[in-house]
Design a protein. Structure first.
Length: 426
């Protein structure tokens, strides 16, 4: 980790997590940069390795469930940078899920970093005041449907509604609590650099431990005899109401009656390699914050600009997979689906990503083509995980998908990916 004598030292980067998926993509990118890289995690094995850097990064083992030990490990890693005032150019935090997780990291770092990138989630909007209102339309300055912008994460004022939203989405509540702790902690630790929360929608790409997109790929491979399922539009027409009793404030049509329009849910995605590319770009002053010095804490929605509904998305995936498009779909009242993670009626705004951070995401069609190619190869390289993805399907398409992918093994209790998404270190 210590800088070499002479010349300009490589940037010092600390990655918290970094074992799999997005973190793995970032570690591989930073190794190629190169950077003085330290990865701190629990040392678990995912996709056949516990070290995506292949020995090219310093590694420390620590568990956030022991805050004091975790903080001590961060302090030790920082001191190993050497010099009279060791300091990280960038901290990338993939493994914090709540306020205490963030506070343990800040206690160990003691302000010795120039930038803190926190991997948050668009689930923070699920505990917002707007979510508490049932996502009722809000007035906009221009004549189009509302979009969800970064400022819409404000919590409701009423304690009872906050508790109800937390109960409905504990993950989103924890992620927003972590953002709040980061903003407060940066003010307490003098000398710390600015913090940035990356609010990610559903992340897709290689080495995804959730296997959700891979399951959809399998279903399309099964063929039109057993097509993927989508909502029957005749069964989902209903007025949208607020979480609590809304006192008659349901969405109104032009004639004043409750709207009975079908709920079409836009699906927002971000490519795991785009997450890595964005974070890597923070090390370059030209792209770090573009138009102005960064605020002490900021948040940005990061994702593909295209946000189709599930039907359109499956069509794009079929095209990317070299299959008939649009694919045949089965309309059922209660479909088996794997995406999206959250259902909002409004698109996620990426305007701040484009205009303030000047980041251009990979087009969704290209992302899906990359994923489809990886899934096809993954059936040979990671057969147990390919089988686990296929096992998510209902029995009939599952059987066809397994046959057509050449998967003959039976499910194993051990897998090349060590954990589910809820326990993984991205």
């Amino acid at each position: 980790l210590a800088a070499a004598d002479g010349g300009s030292p490589a940037p010092a980067v600390l990655v918290l997590g970094g074992s799999t998926f997005m973190g793995r993509a970032l570690v591989e990118r930073l190794v190629a940069r190169p950077a003085r890289l330290c990865v701190l995690n629990r040392g678990r094995t995912y996709w056949g390795t516990d070290d995506p850097s292949c020995g090219k990064a310093a590694r420390l083992l620590a568990d956030r469930r022991d805050p004091k030990a975790f903080a001590a490990a961060l302090d030790e890693a920082t001191r190993r940078l050497g010099g009279s005032a060791p300091r990280w150019d960038l901290v990338a935090d993939f493994s914090a899920f709540n306020g205490p997780d963030i506070r343990a990291a800040l206690d160990g770092l003691q302000g010795r970093f120039d930038r803190y990138a926190y991997i948050s989630s668009d689930s923070v909007y699920e505990v917002s005041a707007w979510a508490g209102e049932g996502w009722l339309p809000r007035p906009t300055a221009v004549p189009h449907a509302p979009v969800v912008v970064e400022g819409d994460s404000e919590r409701p004022a009423e304690g009872s509604r906050r508790r109800a939203l937390k109960k409905a989405d504990g993950y989103g509540d924890g992620k927003l609590e972590a953002e709040e702790a980061l903003a407060a902690g940066l003010a307490e630790h003098s000398g710390s650099g600015p913090g940035l929360a990356l609010r990610l929608p559903d992340v897709i790409g290689p080495f995804d431990d959730t296997l959700r997109l891979w399951a959809f790929w399998h279903w399309l491979q099964a063929g039109p005899q057993e097509p993927p399922q989508v909502h029957d539009p005749r069964s989902v027409k209903r007025p949208r109401r607020s979480l609590a009793e809304d006192g008659g404030r349901s969405m109104q049509a032009a004639d004043g009656k409750p709207s009975e329009e079908p709920d079409t849910v836009p699906l927002a995605f971000v490519f795991s390699h785009d997450v890595a590319r964005f974070i890597d770009g923070l090390l370059d002053s030209a792209s770090a914050t573009a138009t102005a010095p960064p605020p002490s804490f900021d948040a940005v929605n990061l994702g593909c600009q295209e946000q189709p509904d599930l039907r359109g998305f499956l069509g794009l995936l079929a095209t990317a997979s070299g299959l008939q498009s649009p694919p045949r779909l089965a309309e059922v009242e209660k479909p088996r689906t794997f995406l999206p993670s959250v259902e909002r009626p409004w698109n996620l705004s990426c305007q701040r990503m484009l205009e303030v951070y000047r980041f251009t995401p990979t087009p969704l069609a290209d992302v899906l083509k990359s994923c489809a190619e990886w899934f096809a190869k993954g059936c040979d390289e990671f057969p147990r995980d390919a089988l686990r993805a296929a096992m998510k399907l209902p029995p009939a398409p599952r059987k066809l998908a397994i046959q057509r992918s050449g998967l003959t093994a039976t499910p194993s209790s051990s897998s090349s990916s060590a954990a589910s998404s809820s326990d993984a270190e991205p």
